[in-house]
Design a protein around this ligand. Structure first.
Ligand SMILES: [Zn+2]
Length: 531
């Protein structure tokens, strides 16, 4: 380990390139912003400073560099995080045996893939299964479909590579040294660059002891939350078409491909995650991208697409559609088996993702209280939308679905609320400063009079004369304003200062005052230091 120079390593790492693998980042002024992955929030307070290689969350105070982020986000120890970053950044860690193990595993997976492909060619039953589903030899080659032979043969191959331990680590062999993947169809799970990272296998003959599909175990090469099936093939057509279809199963993606829809991926038997979204934005770099979810036409399918939509909206991504098959069949794979090659888009009904989300929920809400709560949720969601026309469109859709007037979602009402909050915060801090000596000193140090709005002059006078004027006396008598408990001192001060700077930043941006914008961004960044 002595040869590892941490500073030289860090100097080669871009925190943005690392974090964009896990988070949906937005550039805002001199910084990048994201929803904090370490606490639940609806508006981003997670700030990344690319130049300093540092992140900080104003919501939960998490902060650190790229290594610390990967450690915490993926629950890894220091060196495992360094390795992961080294792989992402293509930095060679020559000292490191584990890094060699990673490349050996990749090589092993590649050999296995070839082995499975060869065995498919020799197995009539498996070939028949695929051909019954309308999948020909060219498709088999294109999607690296294969067959895992019977246990003895599989183990003989693994032993010929002296790879029992590896096979166990990758979840290809079970604890009891029995093969769990035997006599099954195999789907190679590749990363966005086309490298085999793991396998999913499907039963060919029903086995009551095993699941229909079994994925590789999570390992240093594979994590199903970070893999989208077929992304390596779909990313270029998706970039060209500015649209990516997200399906549930491997056979859906293959059916779509057969019907000419080459920009389709599937999650590997898992829920759609923020990491999947980050993966998509990393590899398909167009701001006009639309995501189109194609759920299975059953209750679990709808439930899961609703979760995916919510996840997109929370990341302030609204360019989302849902496509439902018009025909009565469970999924696209089954549809293709029945219909054969056809123009899929003619068999889909497309919905705006937002409208679909609203209608799904409204249909299931039982009474006025539930409806009100849902309406509140949607108002908050709309409030947080940054882009003007997308916001307008969502307001229109929400009005139509809820049957309410646009005033309910009107931005002006919401702005007034924010202003009220700010006013409330100023009053609370000021009243506390007037009543608590310790807080007053910190308050005077961090807050200048211009932050105090209508109280600016009164407070200036008070500092000179130690006499409260009528305005301040009135504030002290106002029972709706509480004096802060010491535990909240730092947070309240930070909020007050941050709100002020953010407001100034907004005004500076609006006025296209570049210098002031930079100044305010800098000040906001400095808030990451402890108060
Ligand atoms: Zn946080």
């Amino acid at each position: 380990m002595s040869r590892f120079n941490i500073e030289s390593f860090k100097s080669q790492v871009s925190i943005i390139r690392v974090l964009e693998n896990y988070l949906v980042l937005r550039k805002e002024g001199a910084y990048f912003k994201a929803l904090c992955p370490f606490h639940h929030e609806k508006t981003p307070s997670f700030i990344i400073d690319e130049n300093k290689g540092f992140y900080h969350c104003f919501g939960c105070n998490e902060s650190g560099d790229a290594i610390k982020f990967v450690q915490k986000f993926k629950n890894l120890d220091f060196f495992a995080a360094v390795e992961e970053i080294a792989r992402l950044e293509h930095i060679e860690l020559s000292f490191n045996e584990q890094s060699n193990a990673y490349f050996q595993n990749l090589e092993f997976l590649k050999q296995l893939n070839e082995f499975f492909k060869t065995h498919l060619k020799q197995n009539e039953k498996a070939k028949m299964y695929f051909s019954n589903r309308g999948i020909d030899e060219e498709d088999i080659e294109h999607f690296s479909l294969g067959y895992v032979p019977k246990k003895e043969e599989f183990l003989r191959f693994i032993d010929s590579l002296n790879a029992r331990k590896k096979a166990y680590e990758l979840g290809l062999v079970s604890e009891k040294e029995g093969v769990i993947f035997a006599n099954r169809l195999s789907f190679a799970l590749k990363d966005a660059y086309g490298k085999v990272r793991g396998f999913s296998t499907r039963e060919l003959i029903k086995n009551p002891h095993l699941a229909k599909y079994i994925n590789s175990k999570n390992s240093n090469t594979f994590n199903k939350s970070f893999i989208l099936y077929n992304l390596c093939n779909a990313k270029t057509p998706a970039y060209r078409e500015k649209e990516l279809f997200i399906m549930e199963g491997f056979f859906d993606v293959i059916a779509a491909y057969k019907c000419g829809l080459k920009n389709a991926v599937a999650t590997c038997g898992t829920a759609f995650t923020t990491s999947h979204l980050a993966l998509i934005f990393k590899h398909i770099k167009t701001s006009e991208l639309t995501l189109c979810f194609v759920p299975d036409k059953d209750a679990p399918g709808y439930k899961s697409v609703i979760r995916s939509l919510k996840l997109c909206f929370e990341q302030n991504f609204f360019n989302v559609k849902v496509a439902l098959l018009m025909e009565k069949c469970k999924d696209l794979g089954e549809f293709y088996q029945l219909k054969g090659i056809c123009d899929l888009k003619e068999h889909f009904t497309f919905y705006s993702g937002f409208e679909f989300y609203l209608r799904y929920h409204l249909k299931r809400l039982k009474n006025a209280v539930q409806k009100d709560n849902f309406l509140k949720e949607i108002i908050t969601l709309i409030k947080n939308i940054k882009q003007y026309f997308i916001k307008e469109q969502c307001i229109q859709e929400a009005c139509a679905v809820f049957g309410v007037n646009a005033n309910v979602f009107n931005a002006k009402i919401i702005d007034k609320n924010t202003a009220l909050n700010e006013d409330f915060n100023v009053k609370t801090c000021l009243k506390t400063a007037l009543n608590n000596e310790e807080f007053k000193q910190r308050f005077n140090f961090f807050v200048s009079a211009e932050f105090l709005g209508e109280f600016a002059q009164s407070y200036k006078d008070f500092l000179q004369s130690s006499q409260m004027d009528a305005k301040l006396l009135e504030l002290c008598a106002d029972e709706s304003i509480n004096i802060l408990k010491p535990a909240y001192f730092s947070l309240a001060l930070k909020n007050l200062v941050k709100t002020h700077y953010l407001k100034a930043l907004m005004q500076a941006k609006k006025a296209k005052d570049f210098q002031k914008t930079m100044q305010m961004s800098q000040k906001i960044a400095e808030l990451s230091k402890p108060f």
